[in-house]
Design a protein around this ligand. Structure first.
Ligand code: SAH
Length: 244
């Protein structure tokens, strides 16, 4: 006899501010345990077909800032899957995008194709490809069509700034959007056979003169609000899907 349990969908954020509106919208309950790492977990189980888990990377104990970047993202993704065994993991957050591809500030995009790294340059046979990642996204075609969202390849690295080498790898892989977590989470999800895709709201342009940090700070609120709106619509679509 098959046990008909609800599907569990986990949404992983790097920054508290990116997650706050979404958590408040559904009235999630804090289920963080006292783990050695300052990750936060929230649960919402009031829907008929799915249960939602939100994971946030938490605050650095030493520097008192949000734990952005690939290392906390990967460790949290691993801890999340071990603890909650989700049927689907979504990386939600903000990202920089190329103006030359007509992306807009505040636009929300979905992942497609492969997730890349733009700052892992390992010029040794076979390691070159390993460094670039190239990890597959779960298909977002249905969501893109229904919500009228663009789909892009996403690339991750550990800097907010984009170096010359980063730019040339972004060009080579064809990634139009750059952030600091998605590919690391994609790797964990691939290893643990958990379907994974990303939803990112554009805070800044990579290819303009204005400093990325200034753009990011100015647009973070608006981009986070747009991200929340799309996530709520996405949940409505996802609740009738099968992922595994
Ligand atoms: N300086 C920021 C720190 C956040 S780092 C602050 O003032 O709080 C940027 C975060 O947003 C990361 O989690 C990353 O995934 C995302 N991000 C947005 N734009 C980015 C860009 N241009 N490059 C890399 N990451 C970006």
């Amino acid at each position: 006899m098959s046990v008909n349990r609800k599907q569990r969908v986990a949404i992983l954020f790097a920054m508290e501010q990116e997650a706050r509106n979404f958590i408040d919208h559904y009235k999630f309950i804090d289920v963080s345990n006292n783990s050695a790492l300052p990750f936060k977990y929230y649960r919402y189980d009031e829907m008929n077909t799915i249960e939602l888990i939100v994971a946030v990377n938490g605050t650095c104990k030493t520097h008192a800032v949000d734990q952005v970047g690939t290392v906390p993202a990967a460790v949290n993704a691993f801890a999340l899957i071990q603890q909650f065994a989700p049927d689907l993991v979504i990386s939600a957050g903000t990202a920089g995008g190329f103006k030359k591809f007509d992306l807009r500030i505040g636009e929300v995009v979905l992942s497609k194709g492969l997730f890349w790294y733009h700052d892992r340059r390992i010029s040794l046979p076979n390691f070159l490809e390993y460094g670039l990642g190239g990890i597959e996204s779960f298909s977002t075609d249905l969501f893109a069509k229904n919500l009228n969202l663009r789909q892009v390849q996403i690339s991750s690295g550990d800097s907010l700034a984009t170096s010359k080498d980063d730019f040339s790898i972004l060009e080579k892989t064809g990634a139009k959007v750059k952030e600091m977590e998605a590919t690391a989470i994609a790797w964990v999800c691939r290893e643990l056979k958990t379907p994974f895709f990303a939803v990112k709201s554009i805070t800044d342009f990579l290819d303009v003169h204005e400093k990325v940090a200034a753009q990011f700070i100015q647009n973070l609120n608006m981009a986070s609000e747009n991200l929340t709106k799309v996530l709520i619509q996405l949940i409505e679509l996802i609740k009738d899907q099968k992922f595994k």
